[in-house]
Design a protein around this ligand. Structure first.
Ligand code: ADP
Length: 355
């Protein structure tokens, strides 16, 4: 996935390069800088000493030594002074210059911490926004996988308006429905208690289940026939000849209908080119639910069309999944900003959309 927010210690990231929130002297320090130097070993500091420091907003590269990454890109974020001293532009420059260096060194995977968001005092939610904006802009023109690595203790401060709205919606829909489901479960337990116990070997229970299954099969068969989907005398061969448009076909059709290019669509969906090509070249490809949803968002599909696209991949939107409720809320309110949606999913510890 081109841009992914993850919860981790950056020194554990197995990527081509990690970015260090360093200071002007490049002599090591506290916070993430200290953690990186400790994990890399003393040779990192030796190399840093040869670099003659680094200006705020600029970036310099060294090897990774004992770290699992090949390179460390050292960048110096601005100290927060209230926001009126060019802090945003300087922070943006950190991301731009670090990504340019990563590209120059042919890195395919890069991990950033939230630069300036610790001791340097940049408000975390705003620091995250700058990171997301700058990385997204870079990814429009470049193929790379970029991680924003967030320390667990930082997540609480990554609020955001959308998160609060979604949290309230989840309370309304998910919690209410689950409360009902709990009550249902308790009620059915009461019923079971009053019934004769199943005999060993299944007796009663198995029979009840068989009857239920038989009943359901009948209902489904009736529904199919009444919908006129398949004539009863159609042969299997006829039926196989009537296979509907699949996910891949529908996706490509919708991209054309929206007047998008393939690249614009998969970038908006936070899906990398390789995966998109796999989907494009294999009409029977079955994407993950996260990928199918990401395309529904990228195409800005209204709810009914989003459900239809999802169904083509064999999935449904359900209120028993918090992630589905988040997506449903965003579609209903016309929010098709996938990165913003992923930030909310991240805060809720749910899998992001894309891949
Ligand atoms: P700055 O001086 O640029 O503010 P800090 O190191 O103080 O840099 O903090 C930058 C961000 O990195 C903060 O959000 C902090 O919580 C986070 N951080 C600290 N250690 C780690 C680590 N090992 N991995 C990932 N993030 C970290």
């Amino acid at each position: 996935m081109p841009l992914e927010i993850v919860r981790n210690d950056i020194t554990r990231m197995e990527v081509d390069a990690i970015v260090n929130a360093a200071n002007n002297a490049l002599q090591g320090g506290g916070g993430v800088d200290g953690a990186i130097h400790r994990a890399a070993g003393p040779r990192l500091l030796e190399e840093c000493r040869t670099l003659n420091g680094c200006e705020t907003g600029q970036a310099k590269i060294t090897r990774g030594y004992n770290l699992p990454c090949q390179y460390v890109i050292h960048t110096v974020g601005p100290v927060w002074k209230g926001g009126g001293q060019g802090e945003r532009a300087l922070l943006a420059a950190c991301y731009q210059n670090s990504l340019a260096l990563a590209k120059e060194y042919h890195c395919e995977t890069v991990a950033f911490p939230l630069i300036s968001a610790g001791v340097y005092g940049y408000p975390k939610a705003e620091a995250m926004q700058v990171a997301v904006d700058e990385i997204s802009r870079f990814l429009l023109e470049n193929d790379m996988t970029v991680y924003i690595v967030v320390f667990t203790r930082d997540t609480v401060e990554l609020g955001g308006k959308l998160f609060k709205e979604v949290a309230a919606y989840i309370d309304d829909v998910y919690v209410a429905e689950h409360y009902d489901a709990d009550r249902e479960a308790r009620r059915s337990q009461r019923v079971w208690k009053d019934m004769p116990r199943p005999t060993v070997g299944g007796g009663l229970f198995r029979r009840a289940h068989r009857e239920d299954t038989a009943r359901n099969e009948t209902i489904f068969a009736d529904a199919d026939l009444s919908a006129g989907a398949v004539a009863p005398q159609a042969s299997l061969e006829d039926m196989l000849g009537q296979v509907d448009e699949g996910f891949s076909e529908m996706l490509l059709r919708k991209i054309d209908e929206k007047g998008l290019t393939d690249a614009a669509c998969y970038k908006r969906a936070n899906v990398d080119r390789r995966l998109f090509n796999k989907i494009k070249n294999n009409p029977a490809y079955r994407p993950s639910k996260q990928t199918a949803l990401a395309f529904a968002i990228a195409l800005e599909l209204p709810m009914d069309e989003a459900r239809e696209l999802l169904m083509k991949a064999g999935y449904a939107l359900t209120h028993s999944s918090k992630a589905d409720i988040v997506v449903e809320y965003c579609i209903m309110t016309g929010n098709y900003n996938l990165i913003e949606i992923n930030q909310v999913l991240f805060r809720l510890d749910l899998q992001p959309l894309g891949y």
